[in-house]
Design a protein around this ligand. Structure first.
Ligand SMILES: Nc1ncnc2c1ncn2[C@@H]1O[C@H](COP(=O)(O)OP(=O)(O)OP(=O)(O)O)[C@@H](O)[C@H]1O
Ligand SMILES: [Mg+2]
Length: 409
């Protein structure tokens, strides 16, 4: 890493596209220089429905951040949390040709761990090792430099539909920026910010977005499980719309202003006059009823989180805690419900200790994913990389040409 070098991250969510431009100081602290958020209208449930709309939204999110920095962006890192991301676990075994395990051996083992899986029409985004075994010793976190003859890796393979990823790449080249790398957002926590001790003790990280809830589980220092639940804030909104017989727009505004999972604790009810949000939905609704609807959906999300934990035998028994993030985790009293439903201590996790020059505070769950994409980029892009990354520089020359094309008349 060259101190002062600029990094750009984009989180393509199903409700919002967020961009952050940042740099890293000599002591490796992130300094945020520009931030942009745009609606993500061209995307529905992980499908791009309207290419032009998607490109406009992306341009908008980038443009806002660029204005703060006063520079045009030419290459970016991307984070995705789409339901189309598949996560498979597999093992790979190789013979070690030399005396010690090298970085090449580790990469070879990770490559081999993809064998035997049906990857037709799928592109691998990342292969993350869970643990290694060297000869008869198991549970090794990093075998590089150790002596042995046979290396086995247990890995998590994150893949996405080849058509989907090719389309994303094409549309992003169309707005004249080059993609340096793509990260499944689900990796944010463990790879970017959890301390070794936190990962040792065990933690479940939840990113509750608009159409997905990402679940990742760490224990004994490694990712032991990752899963994507196709439920999020937009389901809460559509429940309100259906239950209260109001439009989606009114339901969303109502949720953002009055959403409060703790309201049922009050004895009295409150009437909310919807005419302040809409000229069509002008009825009064009960705040208690509204809370019941929202609480039921959040309870369902936590129920599915428990089912995910059950798949690895960790329901109600992770020792440390649950870390929540994502914009939909901003609903009031969510932590009480999380503690009750997951039977774990819970806290909201926001990016910390970030020096912001942009005037926008990024210490907010809204920006967690995009900030962590930036931290991942710094981690993978700058250090000698211990594990394989699928980095494509294809199209770079074209993008430089396009960049000049964009700024010249
Ligand atoms: N204060 C709030 N209370 C409750 N929900 C909120 C609040 N603010 C935003 N939301 C909800 O958060 C969701 C958007 O979250 P986020 O921006 O993290 O999603 P995304 O990254 O675009 O989606 P995904 O990760 O699922 O692709 C929307 O459904 C929105 O209604
Ligand atoms: Mg998201």
């Amino acid at each position: 890493m060259v101190p002062g070098e600029t990094f750009v991250a984009i989180d393509i969510g199903s409700s919002k596209i967020k961009s952050v431009i940042g740099t890293f100081t000599e002591d490796k602290k992130l300094r945020v220089m520009g931030v942009g958020v745009a609606e993500s209208r061209g995307i529905r449930k992980g499908n791009i429905l309207d290419m032009e709309e998607f490109k406009n939204n992306l341009d908008w999110a980038l443009g806002d951040a660029e204005k703060m920095v006063g520079e045009q962006v030419s290459h970016i890192f991307i984070g995705l949390s789409w339901i189309h991301i598949d996560i498979l676990r597999n093992t790979g075994i190789i013979a070690i040709p030399g005396i010690e395990v090298t970085e090449d051996d580790v990469n070879r083992a990770l490559d081999i761990s993809q064998n035997g899986l049906d990857m037709t029409n799928r592109t691998v985004l990342k292969v993350i090792p869970e643990s290694f075994s060297l000869d008869f010793e198991s549970g090794i976190k990093n075998p590089i430099g150790m002596n042995g003859k046979k290396l086995e890796v247990r890995s998590h393979i994150f893949s996405i539909g080849t058509n989907t990823i090719n389309n994303i790449k094409k549309w992003i080249y169309d707005v004249w920026v080059e993609i340096l790398d793509i990260y499944p957002n689900i990796l944010w926590s463990g790879e970017a910010i959890l301390s070794r001790r936190q990962k040792e003790l065990g933690v479940v990280c939840l990113d509750i977005g608009a159409s997905t809830t990402n679940v990742s589980v760490y224990e004994e220092g490694s990712l032991i499980y990752a899963g994507i639940i196709p439920l999020g804030g937009e389901h809460v909104t559509s429940d309100l719309a259906l239950g209260l017989r109001i439009s989606i727009d009114t339901a969303e505004k109502l949720k953002l202003e009055y959403g409060d999972l703790g309201f049922l604790k009050n004895d009295s009810d409150e009437e909310i006059d919807l005419s302040k949000f809409s000229s069509i939905d002008t009825v009064n609704i009960s705040r208690k009823f509204m809370t019941e609807i929202m609480k039921a959906r959040y309870q369902e999300i936590f129920h599915y989180v428990n089912l995910e934990l059950k798949k690895v035998g960790r329901d109600w028994m992770l020792p440390e805690w649950a870390a929540l993030t994502g914009w939909a985790s901003k609903i009031r009293w969510i932590l009480d419900l999380a503690r009750e439903s997951l039977r774990l201590p819970a806290s909201i996790w926001v990016p910390e200790e970030i020096d912001s020059m942009s005037g926008t505070t990024v210490s907010d769950p809204t920006y967690s994913a995009v900030i962590w994409v930036l931290l991942l980029s710094q981690k993978y892009w700058t250090h000698k990389r211990p594990f394989k990354l699928n980095i494509s520089l294809h199209g770079w020359v074209e993008s430089v040409k396009n960049f000049f094309h964009k700024i010249l008349p």
